[in-house]
Design a binder for this molecule. Sequence first.
Ligand code: AMP
Ligand code: GLY
Length: 415
Amino acid sequence: MKVLLIGSGGREHALAAALNRDPKLEELHVAPGNPGIAQIALCHELDIKDNKAIVALAQKLNSDLVVIGPELPLVNGVADELAKAKIPCFGPSKAAAQLEGSKDFAKKVMSDAGVPTAKSFTCTTKSEIERALDTFGAPYVVKHDGLAAGKGVVVTDDRDFAIEHALQSPQVVIEEYLDGPEVSLFGISDGHHVIAMQPAQDFKRVSDGDLGPNTGGMGAYSPLPWAPDEIVEEVLDQVLNPTVKEMAARATPFVGLLYAGLALTSHGTRVIEFNARFGDPETQVLMPRLKTPLAQLLLAAATGKLKEFGELDWSQDSAVTVVLASPGYPASPKVGEPITGINPNSNSFVFHAGTELRDQILHSAGGRVLTVTGVGSDLTEARDAAYRTISQISLTGSHYRSDIALNASVAEKGN
Ligand code: AMP
Ligand code: GLY
């Protein structure tokens, strides 16, 4: 099988590594890729905003499957273009990608499908915004309606700041605050049938102790030893299956990865958000644990054959990933610094996120630079492996959280 993967981050590096392990894979191409991915796949220059260029590359490479990493090409309708060219694509159509592209659309689908989520109002004027904020009270949750590259959501006790953030977008969703631990659960969907992956937890805030601003994600771990055993079944029944059924009933079936961001509240599980693609950095902890051949799984989803596919096979290992970020991330990352000391061992992987080669020397090129995943027989071992490898990496001014999976590993040891 010849696979073309679109994207250039840590998520795509982890996906590329997993695709490579599939015995049916013959060729792996990634566009645009990055220096880490270039060590394990053939990379091609590409502007990911250019749908025609993506289709042309897939045709030129004779790809049997195109896997779309980031949300932008999906919301731009690349899956529709690939469908016209009769090339199987793992990733939803433009209409189905609205589950991520519009918070208001996602709320309507959840309402129609009976999926539990935070109560919300969609607002366009200042008076609507104020009324909604005062209905729910603090902490205020304000979400820009469209794609916002991780910057659209504000959770704050400051009413003036909530209003200011809301007024920056023509339409916002204001919703009740959901208390409780967050879980990311990914469903692989062929439009009608869904297979759930194992849950992971993502650390969104920049600093230890969940302090500081939200980021794209500073670390993750999987599995979750503290999570209820039935969580996967429950989310399949209450969230993933009803959503996929509703999208099919609307004649816009969702084919690809349905990412449910969940809050486990005292009143039950609630959806915080949907994404239409693999999460980053959750993918970096799930892929090293997945034993099922990934290329075959994603092709089955892209071609409507998941029902026959069977269950996923996971290693018993735990995995922890820690993100190495540039100085100033997330507000104003400073890039262009040399990186040295990348020495993964048999229990750790270094996935490149924002790197580039200059005169054959690796430099930082993005806010999130590397994601370092450790694996081990439990979370403590996995943490040790990740932190041992990340602590040896030199990048001036860079920072990472020191508490990824810490509480869960302590609780696990205590059991
Ligand atoms: P989102 O992009 O919708 O996932 O929001 C980013 C982050 O904001 C989430 O991971 C949560 O930590 C937080 N968040 C979003 N919605 C809520 C909510 N209703 N209640 C509490 N926290 C939220
Ligand atoms: N881990 C959060 C995201 O991928 O959006």
